[in-house]
Design a protein. Structure first.
Length: 442
């Protein structure tokens, strides 16, 4: 006989959080502040997940280019316990062999792809009935029957073949390493839409800026750990969690990979190589992040660590963080520093006068969820299995998402409010679809 348990009473307001990354720490701190007795289980030897810094040449480097946007969830901006600084957005994209400011404006995109490609794309909008209207509905479009026509068909039908071949196809192949026709339309709607060059044709232009913690993302991590500790949260490191560890008397918020909980292997991820370079100059340029969508480059983004925040300036050595997506490559094949350096020089990012003094490699697993066509069916099956165990999955890994930091904090808040109101795993399952359309802001 199935027994409905009021967890808040039966567990004496005890809860377990699996994972001490962004989502797990937020959830643990929020629960603790509501009077719950919280235990956090973290498989690694320290907290942070993707927020965990990489020490290199005296700098706590971020794992890639992280930023918080002005429209971020207020709890993250106002209540996380860090001092935020506003920084002007100084991105640059290498497009068509040219450097064009990013986020892209229509004129810079046209300059990057060239006059002929621009004319062909414009003609596509003008000559194909309904194409411009379809492009404007890029993010809101939903097929009536729920069918997933796939990334390639979705983009070709809204941006045209020329734009697809010039930007979207190489970007998708580089990051996910599969034919774009196999990818879900959600890749375009959630991950690629805000990075898309044609977005500038329909979006109003305004000055771009972002928020960043003084002291780096390491400062945000420290603040979250401190806040959880002040709320009485106990964190156990080196503690792995499996389905066998589920205690039906204690609610579990699970932010780890669903495969570890359900045994399903259909939900794949792609990882990311990070190559940190220490240079013989204090600064390379004013650009905070370079974007390289073309397949002629193995790297996807390059960020100059010192150009984020304010407290990293004045250092003797500039540090670049080079992000090389796994794509279809072997994770064990580490990018060679000479090849990385040569590409940086060829792209015009690293001047000839700058020498690389030292380098460091970090492999980051599970960064990009591989949303193949039909991935939502696989996810629904895994979530149903988790609900049967009485577990509430959430966060990037738990819900198979690629999302921003504020999305993680918002999910944590929703799960805590659900739990604190007497909700159970089955009830949480009904709330999950509201998070699956999170639109990534780059």
């Amino acid at each position: 006989m199935k027994v409905n348990i009021n967890w808040a009473e039966a567990g004496k307001r005890r809860a377990r959080v699996v994972g001490a990354g962004m989502t797990g720490l937020c959830a643990a701190a929020m629960l603790g502040e509501r009077g719950w007795r919280v235990e956090v289980l973290e498989a690694a030897d320290g907290a942070g997940g993707l927020l965990r810094p990489v020490p290199f040449h005296g700098v706590a480097c971020d794992r890639g280019s992280h930023r918080v946007h002005a429209e971020a969830y207020a709890w993250l901006r106002d209540a996380a316990g860090v001092r935020w600084v506003s920084r002007p957005r100084r991105g640059m994209m290498v497009l068509g062999g040219r450097h064009v400011p990013y986020p892209l404006a229509p004129w810079s995109f046209a300059r990057g792809v060239g006059a002929r490609a621009t004319v062909e794309m414009a003609a596509g909008f003008l000559l194909r009935p309904g194409m411009l209207a379809a492009f404007r509905r890029w993010e809101s479009a939903r097929p009536a029957d729920g069918a997933d026509e796939g990334f390639e068909a979705f983009v070709r039908g809204r941006a045209g073949t020329r734009a697809y071949e010039a930007f979207y196809r190489p970007y998708a192949e580089k990051v996910w390493g599969v034919p774009p026709a196999e990818l879900s339309r959600s890749v375009a709607k959630q991950r690629v839409s805000t990075a898309a060059p044609l977005r500038g044709w329909t979006a109003a232009r305004r000055p771009q800026s972002f928020l960043y913690p003084a002291g780096g993302m390491a400062a945000l991590l420290d603040a979250l750990v401190r806040r959880a500790a002040q709320a009485g949260v106990e964190v156990r490191y080196g503690a792995r969690f499996t389905a066998a560890d589920v205690d039906p008397r204690v609610p579990t918020l699970f932010t780890g990979g669903l495969g570890a909980l359900t045994g399903q292997v259909g939900l794949e991820h792609r990882g990311l190589h990070l190559v940190f370079l220490a240079l013989d100059t204090a600064r390379v340029s004013a650009v905070d992040t370079w974007y390289l969508p073309g397949t002629e480059w193995t790297m996807g983004r390059v960020s100059e660590v010192g150009n984020f925040g304010t407290e990293r300036r004045g250092r003797a050595r500039a540090v670049l963080c080079v992000e090389v997506p796994q794509g279809r490559g072997d994770p064990a094949r580490v990018p060679h520093v000479d090849d990385v350096t040569a590409q940086l020089r060829r792209a015009g990012i690293l001047p000839a006068r700058c020498r690389v003094l030292d380098h460091h490699h970090v492999w980051v697993d599970g960064v990009y969820p591989l949303h193949r066509r039909g991935w939502r069916r696989e996810l629904a099956s895994a979530l149903e299995h988790a609900a049967g165990l009485g577990v509430l999955p959430l966060g990037r890994q738990g819900l198979f998402l690629h999302c921003n930091l504020d999305h993680c904090a918002r999910m944590a808040r929703a799960a805590v409010e659900h739990l604190d109101g007497g909700g159970d795993a089955r009830g949480w399952l009904a709330l999950v679809p509201g998070f699956l359309d999170a639109r990534v802001r780059d």
